[in-house]
Design a protein around this ligand. Structure first.
Ligand SMILES: Nc1ncnc2c1ncn2[C@@H]1O[C@H](COP(=O)(O)OP(=O)(O)O)[C@@H](O)[C@H]1O
Ligand SMILES: [Mg+2]
Length: 284
């Protein structure tokens, strides 16, 4: 559905995307995870035909992005920071403007308002909405045309956990209805919870890719087991080839004494994976 092969993009003499390649499969939520300045927004602008690039090729829905027509682009839903809302218009009126552009009817507006839970606020002026409500309205605008591909640039950035999880739920439902989701994030918890496949981007380079679980297991060099005893003491036991017997013995001893409360393996998270690969943190 989306394939990117060797894309490079420079601003002046600064290369911000350097031979980036990946493919996005049907029916998945694809996440581009990287810190601020990694090149995420630039890549979305390339894929949606808003920005030219020097090298490589990008295809979306079987077409080169440089050859996308206006009607092809109507099949995309795009949510980005610089696609603003009309502050003086109501929620309904904002969507009405875009409904006319997309050629969708009033029923589609009401359906999308209820999808993002803004039906009660439809007559409210945008300037009077909370940040979370504005973000849901921006999402509604991207969903309005029933797009085949949804591009979301940091859809929950700066939002409270409640609004973020509401937005995640809306995204998942669209995925279940067959929409391809391409999103960017610098939030590893979001990436872990929401995405089926991830590409880790740092300074315009892809440093890793895979499902969140695959990535964490791939970098699970220091296998650890965490044992909590009944008295609350927590032991973090290393398991490598050299000490399996010793570790097993210690766990057996705790079990024998009836002191074992919980036991689980401890895998690295995406933050530690990213740190290992790049030496830097995702969120600063
Ligand atoms: N229009 C532009 N002109 C010059 N430099 C830009 C422009 N847009 C982005 N950049 C630079 O490209 C790099 C990547 O930016 P961006 O794609 O916005 O990163 P991200 O979305 O991951 O934070 C940054 O160093 C940024 O300053
Ligand atoms: Mg960005």
């Amino acid at each position: 559905m989306i394939s990117v092969a060797g894309i490079s993009k420079s601003f002046g003499n600064k290369k911000v995307l350097d031979e980036v390649s990946f493919t996005v499969e049907d029916g998945e939520i694809f996440g581009l995870l990287g810190p601020s300045g990694a090149g995420k927004t630039t890549l979305i602008r390339v894929l949606t035909g808003q920005l030219r690039f020097e090298e490589g090729e990008a295809m979306v829905m079987g077409k080169r992005v440089s050859q996308l027509s206006g009607s092809d682009k109507k099949q995309f839903g795009v949510m980005m920071d610089d696609f603003g809302l009309y502050e003086r218009l109501t929620c309904y009126q904002n969507l009405r403007v875009f409904a006319d552009i997309y050629g969708v009817d009033d029923a589609a507006i009401h359906s999308v308002l209820s999808e993002v839970k803004l039906q009660d606020a439809q007559k409210k002026e945008v300037s009077k909405l909370s940040k979370g409500m504005k973000e849901r309205l921006r999402l509604a605008r991207a969903l309005l045309s029933r797009p085949k591909v949804l591009f979301l640039d940091e859809p929950t950035s700066g939002l409270d956990p409640q609004t973020s999880s509401e937005i995640h739920e809306i995204i998942r439902k669209r995925k279940d209805a067959g929409t391809i989701i391409f999103l960017t994030t610098h939030n590893m918890t979001e990436a872990e919870k929401l995405c089926d496949h991830l590409v880790l981007l740092n300074e315009g380079h892809i440093v890793e890719s895979g499902s969140p679980k695959e990535l964490c297991l791939r970098y699970d060099h220091q296998k650890r087991i965490e044992v909590e005893k009944n008295d609350g003491e927590v032991l973090s036991l290393e398991v490598d080839e050299g000490n399996v017997e010793t570790t097993a013995g210690r766990i057996a001893e705790i079990l024998r004494c009836g002191e074992l409360r919980t036991i689980h393996s401890k895998e690295p998270n995406l933050e530690t994976v990213f740190m290992e690969l790049t030496g830097r943190e995702l969120e600063v």
